[in-house]
Design a protein around this ligand. Structure first.
Ligand code: AMP
Length: 374
């Protein structure tokens, strides 16, 4: 199918062409016509499937034709707010749309000033949006379309109260689009309350199944760093994202990689100020940094493409997180590799490297990991 068959305006087609998208993805084919027609949707789709452009194109067409006024896009994280804002700005450029973003970590005064100006689309994290509403800077009654992006993640990280509060203050007459990687009982409950008369759209499996090669390596705690060094050495020239569990773990691991002689190692963790994080993502994208050590802040929604290798230095705490981490590679059909360290021995009690418990031989047994249907 071609984008032109979706009966889009010439201006939107021009920006799609400029982005280099040749064909609409599955989620775009299924949801854009419904959004244009004004149907409330619950869409089950992962990041990496083209979901941002799906709601972006549909809503931009509605704004351009005057059927929708102001749009609110709620996203779980600052990083996603920046990414989504950027993509919507690009898609709406020939319609001269104003897209603004509001998220925590940015100076309140700056955001308040920015939001005094007119805009068509506001991309916001729930906490900051509630704050801005309480200060009288944003008026929820002005929006007549809302997108809940990564709804499951938004609930997981504790934005339940804010999301419910925001939804209940939006005008009743509105278009509501809920996007979620999983549609479980809780998401269904929200859908039945806040997304009336909705249609459910489900799109295919995450690319983990086809284009991502997964490997699990058993490694003792004390051998994790040498093993990581060995893996990175055998993937020279490949952009690598290494996930560690804690902020301190990220800082420590980065230092140890630098000690091991790697240059161009960057890090991304929650204690870093927003401008620093944004700069780091840009440096990784431009290959100035080729190894990025990160906590889960980097696992969702970031449009970091062409990551050839993901190393789960610390295993993800659940399958959901694992899939989202894996989503950083193999995007839009590119080949990707995910290596996960599995450590069955107790972690060392301090950073000096003292080991207790299982001192047996390190079995570097490899076995494939199968993540079936979600
Ligand atoms: P998302 O699911 O929104 O995280 O999108 C994943 C990536 O796919 C983004 O980097 C988009 O720029 C890209 N993308 C979206 N739609 C298309 C398309 N039709 N063709 C090629 N790439 C696309």
């Amino acid at each position: 199918m071609k984008f032109a068959e979706l009966k889009l305006s010439a201006k939107t087609l021009k920006s799609i062409h400029g982005l280099g998208y040749e064909e609409p993805t599955e989620v775009q084919v299924k949801s854009i016509p419904k959004i244009i027609a004004g149907t409330n949707l619950v869409v089950r789709s992962q990041t990496g499937t083209g979901k941002t452009a799906a709601f972006g194109i549909g809503l931009i067409e509605r704004i351009a034709s005057g059927t929708t006024g102001k749009v609110l896009v709620l996203v779980p994280t600052r990083e996603l707010a920046i990414q989504v804002c950027e993509e919507l700005r690009t898609l709406g450029v020939y319609h001269a749309l104003n897209v603004r973003a509001a998220y925590g970590g940015q100076k309140m005064m700056f955001q308040m000033r920015d939001l005094q100006k007119s805009y068509d689309i506001l991309v916001a994290t729930p906490g900051r949006l509630v704050d801005l509403c309480n200060r009288g800077v944003v008026h929820l009654s002005k929006f007549n379309a809302v997108v809940l992006d990564e709804a499951d993640h938004m609930l997981d990280i504790g934005f339940r109260k804010e999301v419910f509060g925001i939804l209940s203050q939006l005008p009743r007459e509105r278009l509501t689009l809920l996007f979620s990687a999983t549609v479980d009982a809780e998401v269904r409950q929200i859908a039945s309350k806040y997304v009336p008369n909705s249609e459910l759209i489900e799109v295919g499996e995450m690319r983990t199944v086809s284009s991502i090669k997964e490997e699990r390596i058993e490694v003792l705690h004390a051998e994790k760093v040498p093993k990581l060094v060995e893996i990175l050495n055998s993937h020279k020239g490949v952009r690598a994202l290494v996930f560690a569990r804690t902020k301190r773990g990220v800082i420590r691991l980065r230092r140890r990689l630098e000690d091991a002689g790697f240059r161009n190692v960057g890090m991304l963790q929650g204690d870093m100020e927003q401008p620093k994080r944004t700069r780091m993502i840009a440096r990784f994208k431009s290959n100035e940094v080729s190894i990025l050590v990160a906590t889960n802040v980097a696992s969702r929604g970031l449009h970091i493409e062409d990551v050839g290798l993901i190393v789960n230095y610390d295993e993800a705490e659940d399958r959901e997180t694992h899939l989202h981490r894996s989503g950083r590679t193999g995007r839009m059909g590119a080949e990707g590799k995910v290596i996960t360290f599995v450590s069955n021995d107790a972690p060392p009690p301090h950073t000096g490297g003292f080991r207790r418990g299982n001192q047996g031989s390190s079995s570097h047994g490899k076995r494939p990991m199968h993540y079936g249907r979600r």
